[in-house]
Write a protein that binds this ligand. Structure first.
Ligand SMILES: [Zn+2]
Length: 418
């Protein structure tokens, strides 16, 4: 911090003051307000705070908070890390993360997809990590194509090293704009937003998975040096060496996050043998995958904000005998329009006890009826537990899939567990 010009030091100090005040008055962790005040005093603050550090920016539609956390954990091998672990992923949050750790030489910043080009210009990161791009809430496919184009253009103007998922055509096309890239085969489960070639609009040939190519213009999946194997729970590194992942975080989506984190750690000179024990320490990220125990029943919380996210959550559900609660709200952070619920295939829930709640429970109910999935409409988690316990006293587990504010409401009701 002492190398910062006086004005930038003042801006950072003011920002921190505002953040502590915000925390003290119970208005959240203060990342946003602190950064906002600091930016007023020094508009160039983010560039100044980033100077002289080796930063990684992490962007994607899904999994960026978790992957940021995994990478930060691996990089702690090198000493102090600056990171926005509370998920404030716009420039104001980045300013707070960097000014809170003035002496951290290395940093990992989760970055909102739309802000990536700007943050890339301002922070000149050593590494940019790109994982997946799909419709978030009500974005349209044309909007994510435009976003990929902006990523591609911004990367072409920078010297950064890209670490990207080659299996996602939009992400790969954006990453191909960069001069240096490490390609990772991290898989792609949600393919509905990437049937068309990002370069020419041609229909992509996607066989055998994960290969893809465009018969029209010849754009094809880049050759990869890192790969995840979901069936064996292993990762292969560029030397062909295999490592067991054994993460605590569940499912293929987290295996994808894990291989990306290992490739990023390797770019900082950290071997997978050193990084893996640190990745395995993480059991929950901002309450996701946490289990709450209430009335002797373990309630596991899964956050899913968009169609691709719901598909990932279905993939990590417990065996069919474990009931599931689906909860959907439609507040501003969720998006008011929840018609994306119709893009998800619910037939995998057949044969399972399903409860629906949240502000959009009737929409969910209609959707499930269309997919011929029996369901019960409820208001609260404890109501479900009460009903289940009266019918089945030995019930021990329930899964909950919820979108953003529905998820936060449940966390708050049970005391905001980490
Ligand atoms: Zn093409």
């Amino acid at each position: 911090m002492s190398e910062l010009p006086l004005r930038a030091q003042l801006a950072a100090a003011l920002g921190k003051g505002a953040a502590s005040l915000s925390r003290a008055t119970g208005r959240g962790d203060g990342s946003v307000i602190g950064g906002r005040i600091a930016l007023k005093v020094e508009p160039d603050l983010l560039s100044k705070l980033a100077r002289g550090r080796r930063l990684t920016l992490v962007s994607a539609t899904n999994g960026k908070t978790t992957t940021t956390r995994l990478i930060a954990s691996a990089l702690r091998q090198l000493g102090e890390i600056a990171t926005n672990e509370h998920g404030a992923n716009m420039p104001t949050g980045h300013i707070t993360a960097l000014s809170n750790r003035p002496n951290a030489r290395n940093g990992v910043l989760e970055t909102d997809e739309k802000y990536l080009p700007q943050v890339l210009r301002e922070t000149a990161p050593a590494v940019v990590v790109l994982m997946n791009l799909s419709r978030d809430q009500m974005d349209r496919a044309s909007e994510i194509n435009l976003l990929a184009k902006k990523w591609r253009d911004a990367l072409a103007m920078s010297d950064t090293h890209v670490i990207a998922n080659a299996d996602d055509p939009l992400v790969a096309w954006a990453g191909l704009g960069a001069r240096n890239a490490t390609w990772v085969s991290a898989g792609q489960r949600w393919k509905e937003d990437s049937w068309c070639c990002p370069e020419c609009g041609g229909h992509l040939k996607r066989d055998p998975d994960p290969h893809w190519e465009c018969p029209e213009c010849g754009l094809r999946r880049p050759d990869t040096t890192w790969a995840v194997n979901n069936a064996t729970d292993t990762v292969t590194d560029p030397n062909g060496q295999e490592f067991r992942l054994q993460l605590h975080l569940p499912g293929d989506a987290n295996r994808a996050n894990g291989v990306i984190a290992l490739a990023t750690a390797a770019a900082y000179g950290i071997h997978p043998e050193q990084a893996l024990p640190r990745l395995r320490e993480i059991e929950s990220v901002a309450g996701r995958y946490t289990s709450i125990v209430t009335s002797g029943v373990e309630v596991r919380l899964l956050l899913s904000k968009n169609p691709a996210g719901w598909l990932e959550s279905f993939a990590v559900l417990d065996p069919p005998r474990v009931p599931v609660i689906l909860s959907v709200n439609a507040q501003i952070p969720d998006g008011k329009d929840t018609s994306w619920l119709w893009d998800v295939d619910y037939t995998v829930l057949r044969g399972r006890r399903v409860f629906v709640m949240g502000e959009r429970r009737t929409d969910l109910a209609l959707r499930l009826e269309t997919d011929e999935v029996p369901f019960e409409v409820v208001d609260r988690v404890d109501q479900v537990i009460g009903r289940l316990k009266s019918e089945q006293p030995d019930i021990t587990k329930i899964d909950v899939i919820a979108n953003y504010t529905a998820f936060q409401q449940i966390r708050t009701a049970y005391g905001r567990v980490q």
